[in-house]
Design a protein around this ligand. Structure first.
Ligand code: APR
Length: 309
């Protein structure tokens, strides 16, 4: 199993670090455009091998895509992160150029790879990668919903004063502060709907905190977060690499599912060796479907910006 991570910055390096600790790949290629970054981070990680006990080969690359050849999975994190006060959407102009070039280079050397998109605005970057590459839809997956769901579960656990592993929660829709949809109706504490333990105001607060989860961290850190995004990307890679068929909310191309088409948006999918394999229908109620449609409208208008670049 060969995994390439493009962009050896905060998110890319964290993702690679989690992948090597969990021994998910035989080889990880860490590629960055900036001279020395991939080499330095790879060497540093390699020197944790005897400390943490792993045997993964780590290959650094400064923009040399021949080293990525025949990758099974490619994670694209290359792009500019958010600064405080910025929305994910404001990154579109810069990141679209980077993502298009990177995707073309990646598929030249690894046409069968499953591509995991992290760069923001993620829903639009996933759509761009799909349209510009011409790859089969199952090969392109945007990672946003796993991260947003993790944040949802963190805020639920704080409100419930309970450990996170006893909590289930899913966020669908776009990966934007106003486009994501925490599905409170489906959230459970040990299988029991959280509505039995939280009042309406508490639930609303959890959903609101989840939606600005990324912006909260950007304000605190001065740049966007990396531990949870990196770990979320690694979890997605693991389900593909080990053909686990786990169910995650991921950004995938819709052709009528959830009432939308010609758009990449977050819905629950099964993830295995073929990429995203199946969409799971949660049977949204009217209010949830309306929120999903609004989310799709917002993402679609962002996708329209691509044509003007
Ligand atoms: N090819 C390869 N690497 C590139 C390219 C490119 N064309 N352009 C930029 N990079 C690299 C940068 O040199 C940098 O090392 O991508 C890396 C990005 O790392 P950071 O600046 O630390 O950003 P990070 O926090 O990792 O976020 C990356 O993920 O969560 C999203 O919004 C975030 O879009 C951003 C992306």
């Amino acid at each position: 199993m060969k995994v390439t991570v493009v962009g050896a910055g905060n998110v890319g390096a964290t993702c690679a670090d989690v992948l090597i600790h969990r021994q998910i790949a035989d080889e990880i290629v860490l590629l960055d455009i900036k001279e020395g970054v991939a080499e330095g981070k790879s060497l540093d990680m390699l020197q944790t091998a005897t400390l943490l006990g792993f045997g993964t080969k780590i290959t650094p690359s400064t923009n040399d895509y021949t080293k990525t050849a025949n990758s099974d999975i490619v994670v694209i994190t290359s792009g500019v992160p958010r600064k405080p006060g910025m929305t994910r959407e404001e990154l579109i102009g810069i990141n679209a150029g980077i993502v298009k070039t990177v995707t073309e280079n990646v598929i030249k050397h690894s046409p069968k790879a499953i591509i995991v998109m992290i760069a923001n605005p993620m829903d639009t970057m996933t759509y761009l990668a799909l349209k510009s590459s011409g790859l089969p839809k199952h090969q392109i997956i945007g990672m946003g919903g796993i991260l947003d769901s993790a944040r949802f579960k963190t805020y639920l656990s704080m409100a419930l004063d309970s450990p996170q592993y006893d909590i289930e929660g899913v966020v669908i829709g776009g990966h934007g502060d106003t486009t994501m949809i925490p599905l409170t109706r489906f959230a459970t504490y040990k299988g029991v709907p959280v509505a039995q333990f939280l009042n309406a105001d508490q639930s609303k607060q959890v959903a609101a905190d989840t939606m600005v989860g990324g912006a909260t961290l950007t304000k605190l850190l001065g740049t966007s977060a990396w531990y949870a995004p990196g770990a979320a990307a690694a979890l997605l890679v693991e389900s593909i690499a080990r053909d686990q068929k786990r169910q995650f909310p991921c950004c995938v191309f819709l052709e009528g599912e959830y009432g939308q088409k010609d758009i990449c948006l977050g819905v629950p999918v099964i993830v295995g060796k073929n990429g995203w394999e199946k969409i799971i229908d949660y049977k949204l109620n009217a209010e949830e479907q309306e929120a999903f449609n609004k989310s799709a409208d917002a993402v679609r208008s962002m996708n329209d910006v691509l044509a003007t670049l």
